[in-house]
Design a protein around this ligand. Structure first.
Ligand SMILES: [Zn+2]
Length: 184
């Protein structure tokens, strides 16, 4: 029977990949999942109705800790942005992780002093992350007393904008060769 299009929702985040991965596998799992996501956002310099995320999920039978998550994201930050970048974790709420954090990189433009790019804060939000909520494990039939893990989701365009100093996300979708050739 055909589904009513009114009942369908384009995915707003790549997190559904986590559930499919855990339903189809046994722990440990380590996955990186790039994908396109959709939001009912009004397009402007920093928002787009569709963009890309990179989802990461690591679950092991041994105790995985928030310290593991922090070290992986700090390593990624330095590999992607250079060794001078510092990473900040802020407590936050996400439905699928507990505890949850928002992840900021120090602003590459001003080095953390404050500028227009970072709205004078010295920091730029790049990801959401946290420890997988035990209820998520129960829903896929895994015992949260036996497994633990972390998950994170980065905005790909956000990282590119920071790394290459791109002031407007729309430039990434206009297929202007004068712009694209600078990223080759
Ligand atoms: Zn700045």
């Amino acid at each position: 029977m055909a589904q009513n299009p009114e009942d369908l929702l384009l995915r707003t985040q790549t997190s559904p990949v986590q559930i499919r991965t855990m339903l189809a596998n046994k722990p440990p799992v380590r996955v990186i999942c790039p994908g396109r996501t959709y939001r009912r956002d009004t397009t402007d310099a920093t928002h787009s109705a569709n963009f890309h995320q990179i989802e990461g999920l690591y679950v092991d039978t041994k105790s995985v800790s928030l310290a593991d998550l922090k070290s992986v994201l700090a390593y990624f930050a330095k590999e992607m942005m250079g060794t001078s970048v510092t990473v900040r974790f802020r407590p936050h709420f996400f439905p699928f992780t507990e505890p949850s954090v928002e992840v900021d990189f120090s602003c590459h433009v001003c080095g953390g002093k404050g500028c227009n790019v970072c709205k004078q804060s010295g920091w730029i939000e790049v990801a959401g992350a946290g420890m997988v909520d035990p209820r998520v494990f129960r829903h896929v039939g895994w015992n949260p007393d036996e497994v633990s893990g972390y998950a994170f989701g980065f905005g790909v365009e956000r990282i590119a904008m920071i790394k290459y100093g791109i002031p407007d996300i729309r430039w990434l979708y206009e297929n202007d060769l004068r712009f694209l050739s600078q990223l080759a």
